[in-house]
Design a protein around this ligand. Sequence first.
Ligand code: ZN
Length: 339
Amino acid sequence: MGIQLTFHICLRLQRTPVLRAAVSGADTTFNWKGLTMDSQYYGRSKQPKKKSIARIIIFLFLLAAVAALSVFSLSQYMAVQAMQDNLDSLEERFKQVEEENEMLWRQYDEIYEENEKLREENKMLRSTTVINHGNRETNKVAITIDDGTGSALMNRTLDYLKEHNVQATLFPMGSWVEREPEAWRRAVDEGHELGNHTYSHAFLTTISEERIREELNRWEEAVEEALGYSYETLFFRPPGMDGFTSQGSRRQQFMDIIAEKGMFTILWDVELVYALRNEAYTPERITRHVLDNARGGSIVLLHFTESDIAALPAILTGLKDRGLEPCSLSELLLADPEA
Ligand SMILES: [Zn+2]
């Protein structure tokens, strides 16, 4: 052991100039037998060990860093890949949506053309049709009330309709709407529909074409003013049925104007003023007449008079008892026969 160590030291001394110098130094207690060793050499002999530990630590640290970087890069790569996939599928979806969009535009064009054709046909239909009743296959009966009244009777009417859960079609003159805007606003708010009955109850045969247009427009203006928005109606009822009692010479002229305004001329098949002209005009008699004559598809004409409105609850109850359904004109005229 001692010989080996000495031999090793001698080798070192010979080879390393630095060590050779150290051996000759004052602080050296090198013994030739090699039993004790130079402190400097001893100290220096420990340095490589420290270095290698440091190297190992650095190496391990670098290894860890490389590993961490690799994991990080891999995760980044995977994230980018996933984003790319998402992007691809989004692009695919975008293309699909674009195609669908184009198809929808084509369909829209077709529908638009179809609509235009129907509009023309509708106009023709309106200008050649006077409606006295709806489809007889339904159990629906339209309740229509004409002219107008003060707010007290008006609100009573709306209360009755509300109690019976019935929506009706009301044909006020524009002047009444102007006078009682709140009551008419309530009517529309509660689901009743309004039809044009001219502004001043003008008899069509007595006025010019220009005045007729004026009467119709003023009605629209009065309703718009009362409701706060423009209101379109499909229905027109000629005051006093004037111009529609027979095939008068101007009837087609009236109907063309009404059709141009997008409306149908609505008459009735159950009315009271003419039917009961020779009888006592009482709520009981009115009720009986309506219930005896109304059937599926009927259009009942009432007026905002004390007697007619007094009869209204009994009329609504009586119709329902007979299996009929009181409703608005829209509900009747758009009714599905199977329903
Ligand atoms: Zn009237």
